[in-house]
Design a protein. Structure first.
Length: 215
């Protein structure tokens, strides 16, 4: 009888362990989804600014990213995925002039906190610690980062005599803002640009080493 009870308790403990591990994996997955969506949304601001330039027959050489609009877009998608934006920054490989690469770090509103020997914390507790409480447990699995890159196609001016009459990108004449959006790729990537984006100041600032893990 005692052996059966002991075996039952052991099985329950193992089951709860698997549940907690599964919950931690779900938190990581949800966090990464939120980070990916937020980074793509922020980079979408640079994509739209580039598309507007193309639609106006301008080749986008500089100043694509707007920090305020980018953060607003990232925060919107983070909230939709149960997260908040912790940090966000833009970079590029053009001496900080474009801002076509955006890295976003998020934290989800759910955290898996460590269990206590006194049983004061339930095994399924996923409430985040109160940041104002100095004794609160801040360990969690619900944070992640993602990097999104805006890739503008190679474009050249189309001339009618000596006048510019439009732009051709990858063999396609730019017809409108919506068409320009379709020509520009926004994708997740593994590394930031070489230079931190400086929209109003000195552009020559180095980003962290390339190849940084986005998660």
């Amino acid at each position: 009888m005692f052996m059966l009870i002991g075996l039952t308790i052991s099985l329950i403990a193992i089951l709860l362990l698997f549940v907690r591990v599964g919950n931690a994996n779900n938190l990581r997955s949800d966090a990464q989804t939120a980070a990916d969506a937020s980074a793509l949304a922020a980079a979408g601001v640079a994509r739209d600014n580039a598309a507007e330039k193309l639609a106006n027959d301008e080749i986008p050489y500089s100043r694509l990213y707007d920090p305020a609009e980018g953060r607003t877009a990232a925060e919107h998608y983070a909230q939709q995925n149960g997260a908040t934006v912790e940090r966000i920054r833009a970079s590029d490989d053009s001496q900080g002039n474009l801002g076509n690469i955006v890295r976003v770090e998020i934290q989800t509103t759910e955290c898996q906190r460590e269990l206590q020997e006194d049983g004061s914390r339930h095994w399924s507790d996923t409430a985040c610690a109160d940041s104002d409480d100095p004794d609160a447990d801040t360990s969690h699995s619900g944070n992640a980062a993602a990097i999104a890159e805006v890739v503008v196609p190679d474009c050249e001016y189309t001339f009618g005599g000596t006048e510019i009459v439009g732009l051709t990108c990858e063999g396609e004449r730019v017809q409108s803002f919506a068409h320009a959006q379709q020509l520009i790729d926004v994708r997740l990537t593994d590394s930031e640009g070489q230079y931190i984006y400086k929209p109003l100041g000195n552009a020559l600032a180095f980003a962290p080493p390339r190849g940084e893990n986005p998660s």
